[in-house]
Design a protein around this ligand. Structure first.
Ligand code: DHB
Ligand code: FE
Length: 280
């Protein structure tokens, strides 16, 4: 049977992708950010996942404001990098896993999660930047990726609790898939940031660190944070953190924290990262 071997959470920032693509990772502004992901690359080399499920958000790239699904599962064989206004990132096409994705869609619908099935999608920095941080700049991504897009751009986004429960349903789906696959789930986006309006530049490290502590524990505080609290404490874009709760919900109640990294800022954003494994 398939097995969930780990959960990782990390921020996405378009400027991180640009720094990688333009060869600027050694510039003083960027060295600390990139140094924080060296251990994660090693963790992935040892973990050797067969498939990654990447919970991410689209930034009005694949989904215009005409149609915004709350939860959309990528069931296609391929997901090309999107052009977000300055050309597609020079990163590999993301190869999907249509069989496992179809199984997840069927399994979670029996747990009352009706996902939008997406058979064609270009993926923006929300998906490609976390892949770059974990895998560097390879010719091909090391394994297939199932994208799960969560609406955090148009009110109302799903609650953290709903995201956590979706994670639990995804875990059941993974464990009922008959092939012996090693699966890692990513929660991406966040941490605190606000990129426009009078509070642009807001970062709240205390809030971010409490969130990380909660994820490493039983997540009972983090999963019950309300929309208005994210908005007030973590800025307008802090709501991206609900995507981390999908990954945490998929893990066991008790987890082991393997690695943590936190730095501010990268562009406007507090960059956080945590690697969790199910406690033995
Ligand atoms: C930034 C952060 C984001 O999450 C995003 O989607 C776009 C920009 C930023 O910090 O610049
Ligand atoms: Fe974002």
């Amino acid at each position: 049977m398939a097995k969930l071997v780990g959960g990782i959470c990390c921020s996405h920032v378009p400027a991180i992708g640009a720094a990688l693509d333009l060869g600027k990772t050694q510039e003083p502004y960027w060295t600390r950010v990139f140094s924080g992901f060296e251990k994660s690359k090693e963790w992935f080399r040892q973990m050797k996942p067969d498939v990654c499920i990447v919970v991410f958000n689209d930034h009005a790239t694949a989904f215009s404001m005409d149609i915004v699904p709350t939860f959309a599962l990528g069931c296609a064989a391929e997901f090309p990098p999107a052009d977000e206004g300055w050309g597609p990132r020079p990163v590999p096409v993301v190869k999907g896993h249509p069989q496992l994705a179809a199984h997840i869609a069927q399994s979670v619908i029996n747990d009352e999660f009706d996902l939008t099935v997406v058979n064609k999608m270009e993926v923006d920095h929300g998906l490609t930047v976390p892949l770059s941080l974990m895998f560097g700049q390879p010719e091909e991504w090391p394994c297939p990726v199932i994208p799960l897009a969560v609406n955090v751009v148009l009110f109302p986004p799903p609650s953290g609790k709903r995201c956590f429960d979706l994670g639990k349903a995804i875990r059941k789906a993974i464990e009922s898939y008959p092939e012996d696959l090693r699966v890692v789930i990513f929660g991406t986006g966040g941490m605190s940031h606000q990129i426009s309006g009078p509070r642009a530049g807001l970062i709240n490290s205390e809030f971010d660190k409490a969130f990380l502590d909660s994820l490493a524990g039983d997540a009972s505080y983090a999963k019950d944070i309300k929309h208005v609290t994210y908005m007030r404490e973590a800025g307008a874009e802090g709501i991206e953190m609900v995507m981390w709760l999908v990954a945490r919900g998929a893990m066991d109640a008790k987890v082991e924290e393997k690695y943590r990294f936190y730095t501010v800022p990268a562009s406007n954003t507090a960059v956080g990262h945590i690697i969790l494994e199910n406690a033995a």
